[in-house]
Design a protein around this ligand. Structure first.
Ligand code: ATP
Length: 665
């Protein structure tokens, strides 16, 4: 078996690591099936799966091999697939987790012990977080004040004041659920007379359902909450109002809570710093409360305290974090091991609020914790939760009530309406069409006349156009450098535009496009490429360097320092700028084009997405959705129709046992 596996390393089907793990197991207990499943579990982890699901294993394509090769491996194992489970149970290196064994078998799922422990830690913490009694008194009034309707905002959204036209727009922006109960003539008259405040009575809360307010109420009642929503649905706005509520409660009880804000990457933390600052300034609360909400976010790694060259963190079960409330943004990027370590480091009383978009790509490393948790959102709310939410918000939540389900569903809230993309935006509609996995709808949208989305094929004439877009897109920041703009302005100008790819290799991959774009910019005299380092070279860090505070995924721009040297300027999570000599940087590459994976946590006014001209396993619905939702104002998508369709139809499934564990809560 080991020989066969070694052959699979040579053909690139498995990693050396997978082979080495299988060899290690074999050295402890020589059994061909153990050797095979050991390599399989490790191989699964390499593909983001926390475990090997024995009951849904595709035995015709083990390790992605062809049918015949796969069957040979099974033959070599000496055990027919339907007898695997019983055989594995009898192998001493595999237990149910109650004793220290390298592999754990639970309900047809085979784990590396470490990952089984991570999964158990996360599910145990979530189970404990469910029973926290919370004092609800006074919360109704505070929520009403913090979530007062923004009539100036709604006024701006109305395209006309004609009675028939305003109805659908008011339904949308006031989240009206029961339009039949409203006197629309009186509403139109109030708006004509500019008496907006009268709408408080004409359109009472009981006819509406504002999910942002519901989300804040859910989070106020529980120790653990997830607020999930697509771009611009108001996750930051909602959490900021929630924090104001919690601070007010804390002040009333004599202690201002210690709040910390984090995100998985430096870029995402910098964005959170920016957006929480904006949201805080719009709060309907006292200045003292506003000032108690932090505006600086940091990275999760910084919060936990990295110990150089060690997998553990300074803060852990023995040395807990000092905080009362933790907000984690872009939580879809947090993998299972990191989530487990974060949870064990939280003090027992702390509240945890996860923000993220459950439809985005899962974390690079194993697991899809946010997706697994959010899978319970379809179970509605328990009757008790509906009643409490109704008391707190004034909304009728009975349509979302379901008698049975995991208690975790009462910790979840989905925000559904984008305040960033209006009805005329193709980007928002394309994102939701991709998300619903409907290629016909996607085709219709890409062929329609939305001014903010353009679909390009990948014919010969399209490549030069792609280069023209890149030239125009990157011209602004390069001009800023010539005009000696500040690093902040230059970085901001660079972040307006980005070319995103699905793959690394090939003409339509990161490598090919970085080269082609560099050459195009050089031909236009915007950069020089006769030396490896030049003013304007954008740099993507590809390996963490904790001592420098630079992390995989951070992006900097090479700039002249005024005394003839080049330094690379990075925006840090607190939005300050730090510069480094090129020679000091950890592993890095040029980044005119980057993968969609690496772009998670960032947004660009104008985004160009380039899909490869060949189908492949990386092309998934979540990848395309994540790429599209990086665009704020303009999206150009270079893709052959069949490749795009295939991607949209392929939803990622990550194997884990977390959802199964949480279902029993
Ligand atoms: N209820 C609301 N009324 C008016 N404007 C709102 C409301 N909620 C959010 N917005 C506005 O919509 C924009 C996006 O909001 P916010 O940043 O909170 O969303 P988000 O979901 O955190 O976005 P992102 O996808 O960037 O993380 C902001 O300009 C915000 O002021």
């Amino acid at each position: 078996m080991l020989k066969a596996l070694s052959g699979l390393v040579d053909t690139g089907n498995i990693r050396t690591l997978d082979y080495q793990f299988a060899r290690f197991l074999t050295s402890l207990y020589d059994h061909d099936l153990l050797t095979l499943v050991g390599a399989l579990v490790s191989h699964q982890l390499g593909h983001g799966n926390v475990c090997l699901k024995l009951d849904s294993l595709d035995i015709t394509h083990l390790f992605g091999c062809k049918d015949a090769e796969s069957r040979q491996l099974i033959e070599k194992s000496g055990v027919a697939p339907d007898a695997w489970l019983d055989t594995l149970k009898a192998i001493p290196l595999i237990t149910d987790g109650s004793s220290a064994s390298p592999l754990v078998l639970q309900d047809n799922r085979l784990y590396l012990r470490r990952y089984w422990l991570y999964e158990k830690a996360v599910s145990d913490w979530l189970a404990n977080s469910q029973n926290t009694p919370v004092n609800l008194s006074g919360m109704h009034e505070t929520l009403s004040r913090l979530f007062t309707r923004s009539y100036p905002f709604i006024r701006k959204q109305l395209t006309s004041l004609v009675a028939d036209d305003i109805r659908p727009q008011l339904i949308k922006w006031l989240d009206i659920e029961k339009p039949e109960q409203i006197d629309w003539e009186a509403v139109a008259a109030a708006i004509q007379a500019d008496h907006w405040q009268t709408l408080d009575h004409l359109i009472p809360e009981s006819t509406c359902l504002n999910w942002q307010k519901v989300a804040a109420a859910v989070a106020a009642m529980r120790r653990f909450t997830v607020i999930s929503g697509g771009p611009g649905t108001g996750k930051t706005t909602t959490v900021t109002r929630l924090l104001a509520l919690l601070v007010e409660q804390g002040i009333a009880q004599g202690k201002v809570p210690d709040i910390r804000l984090v995100a998985p990457t430096g870029k995402a933390a910098a964005r959170l710093t920016e957006s929480i600052g904006n949201a805080r300034s719009q709060l309907n609360c006292s200045e003292a409360v506003q000032n108690s909400i932090p505006t600086m976010a940091s990275t999760l790694h910084r919060l936990l305290g990295v110990i150089p060259n060690q997998p553990g963190f300074k803060h852990n079960r023995q040395n807990r974090l000092h905080l009362d409330i933790l907000v984690v943004d872009e939580a879809s990027m947090v993998d299972l091991p990191l989530m487990a370590r974060l949870l064990e480091a939280l003090p027992d009383h702390a509240r945890l609020i996860l923000l993220g978009d459950r439809d985005q790509l899962s974390s690079v490393e194993a697991g899809s914790v946010l997706g697994d948790i959010c899978s319970f959102a379809s179970e509605g709310y328990s009757p008790d939760q509906c009643e409490q939410l109704q008391q707190l918000t004034g909304f009728d939540l009975s349509p979302f009530q379901q008698a049975n389900g995991s208690s975790l569903r009462d910790s979840l809230c989905l925000l559904r309406k984008s305040y960033r993309f209006d009805a005329h935006s193709g980007i928002g509609q394309l994102a939701s069409a991709v998300n619903s996995g409907n290629p016909l709808q996607v085709n219709a949208l890409t062929n329609s006349n939305y001014s903010d989305i353009t679909l390009h094929t990948q014919g010969e004439k399209d490549y030069p156009y792609l280069m023209t877009l890149a030239l125009e897109g990157y011209r602004a920041y390069l001009n800023e450098i010539v005009q000696q703009g500040s690093p902040e302005t230059i970085i901001a100008a660079f972040n307006q535009f980005r070319v995103l790819c699905a793959v690394r290799e090939g003409r339509y991959g990161v490598a090919g496009l970085n080269l082609a774009i560099s050459q195009t910019l050089a031909s236009a005299g915007l950069i020089r490429t006769d030396a490896p380092w030049y003013a304007g070279r954008p740099i993507l860090i590809t390996r963490n360097d904790h001592s420098l505070g630079l992390y995989n995924g951070d992006i900097g721009i090479t700039l002249p320092d005024g005394v003839g040297r080049l330094r690379v300027a990075f925006e840090m999570p607190d939005r300050s700028i730090r510069t480094f000599l090129p020679s000091r940087l950890p592993e890095h590459e040029t980044v005119f084009a980057m993968t969609i994976h690496k772009s998670q946590g960032s947004e660009f006014d104008h985004t160009v997405i380039v899909l490869p001209d060949q189908a492949g396993p990386v092309l998934t619905r979540e990848l395309v959705y994540t790429g599209i939702t990086r665009a704020k104002k303009q999206l150009d998508l270079f893709a052959c129709q069949p490749i795009l369709e295939q991607a949209i139809c392929r939803a990622t499934v990550r194997d884990s046992g977390l959802a199964a564990r949480l279902a029993t809560l």
